[in-house]
Design a protein around this ligand. Structure first.
Ligand code: FE
Length: 207
């Protein structure tokens, strides 16, 4: 799953750790929660800060896709940032009574037929996933979807809307450019339709 538009509930844009709104949950102990939140989640927040700091002085020359400091930092940035966003959404969407209510119930019934059939698939996805299951709203189809995600960074960057997309898989350039990826990227840049990029801003109401 390489969806680039994924909605999870996260309002933390500064990547400072958010406090838990409860100490324990019905059936989940304080110890379990504090290890998960105070150690693991806060660890991701700290790593985002460390990566941001390292990116300020990273060498942009001689970058390549096998190993370069920029590559390693950017790969782990997606892992850490998505780790923060997904955990915040997870912790925030707990602490209630578990009874579906409000507008989301209408959307679930519309897109899955019934709350029960959504729940059945969502819970089965919990067994099929290696990392996360997200009930997500697809901004293109305007429909709900249960999304399975094996790693924090195998789902794009959560809550981001794709505005400009560059494909650097070899299939996109190898016939014309062989191994000269930089040349292909130059050509890509010269061919961008910025009007289309701007239309995406409009489409997704991004300001
Ligand atoms: Fe976790």
């Amino acid at each position: 799953m390489y969806a680039s538009v994924n909605l999870v509930k996260s309002t933390n844009t500064k990547m400072e750790s958010k406090k838990l709104k409860y100490k324990k949950l019905d059936g989940i102990s304080e110890k379990q929660l504090s290890e998960h939140h105070d150690v693991l989640y806060v660890g991701y927040v700290n790593k985002v800060a460390a990566i941001d700091k390292a990116l300020k002085s990273v060498n942009l020359e001689g970058v390549n896709a096998t190993f370069s400091d920029l590559r390693e930092l950017k790969i782990e940035e997606t892992f850490a940032v998505n780790g923060v966003k997904l955990h915040e959404a997870y912790f925030d969407n707990l602490g209630g009574n578990g009874l579906p209510s409000g507008k989301i119930t209408e959307l679930i019934k519309r897109d899955f037929g019934s709350i029960d059939s959504w729940k059945k698939e969502f819970m089965a996805c919990g067994l099929a996933a290696r990392g996360w299951v997200v009930l997500a709203f697809d901004l293109d189809t305007k429909k709900l979807r249960n999304v399975v995600c094996d790693l924090h960074n195998q789902g794009g960057v959560w809550n981001c809307v794709s505005l400009l997309v560059l494909d650097v898989y070899e299939h996109a350039y190898f016939i014309d450019f062989a191994t000269a990826r930089a040349k292909y990227i130059d050509v890509f840049m010269k061919n961008i339709d910025w009007a289309d990029v701007n239309s995406r801003l409009k489409k997704f109401k991004v300001e």
